[in-house]
Design a protein around this ligand. Structure first.
Ligand code: COA
Length: 180
């Protein structure tokens, strides 16, 4: 197993591949998903998926961009990543296809991806954020140990606006303390 593949109770996390383009498009092409994210285009076309897959596979080693797959049948269900995007500290982001919401999958994925960021890539700190009304996302971050550090503005590609959000961070030190 290579360092870019993670296994949890119910999921396989690995880089998205060219064969995932159609499944990715089918789930990403959803306004309810795009409106909670900064950069996901809507409508989401197969070309967006192909560009994303090429981009993921050209990323640096100190980032982690994982497709999430249900173990039986390796069915693609979403994405969870930490990306540097020119910043010193990587930002955690994620989305799940709507049919798979409410089953604890993202909580499971985030725990594994956070551990990857701190243990494999030895990052000192992760940041993340969510729109004010995104209570499920806030809960996921809090369950993973993230601390609320205030409010900020989130860019929205879909709404072409800056929207108010909650900012969170998690230091490796704090995360290690949670596991102890
Ligand atoms: C947000 C999202 C990732 C959640 O994924 P999920 O797998 O359904 O989430 P989980 O089931 O792991 O956990 C959600 C938690 O939030 C809670 N929750 C869900 N809806 C809630 C609400 N309206 N108010 C408060 N808590 C809520 C759940 O009860 C659960 O907490 P629990 O484990 O203590 O019961 C998914 O809905 C999604 O992809 N949405 C669109 C994109 C998005 O918002 N991405 C995040 C951007 S910051």
């Amino acid at each position: 197993m290579d360092k870019n593949t993670l296994i949890t109770d119910r999921l396989i996390l690995r880089p998205v591949a060219a064969r995932d383009a159609e499944a990715l498009t089918a789930l990403a092409d959803n306004y309810k998903v795009a409106v909670m994210l900064s950069r996901l285009p809507y409508p989401y076309k197969i070309e967006h998926a192909r560009d994303f897959i090429s981009w993921v596979n050209a990323r640096q080693d100190d980032e982690g961009i994982f497709g999430l797959y249900l173990k039986p049948g390796e069915i693609f269900i979403g994405v969870c990543s930490y990306e540097l995007r020119g910043e010193e500290e990587p930002e955690l982001g994620y989305w799940l296809g709507e049919p798979y919401w409410g089953k604890g999958y993202m909580s499971e994925a985030v725990k594994a991806v956070v551990a990857h960021a701190f243990t494999v890539n030895r990052h000192a700190k992760l940041t993340s954020g969510c729109r004010l009304q995104n209570h499920a996302s806030r809960r996921i971050l809090e369950k993973a140990g993230f601390e609320h550090v205030g409010r900020y503005e989130i860019d929205s590609l879909v709404l072409k606006a800056k929207l108010p959000g909650h900012r969170f961070h998690l230091t490796r030190e704090h995360w290690q303390g949670l596991a102890a």
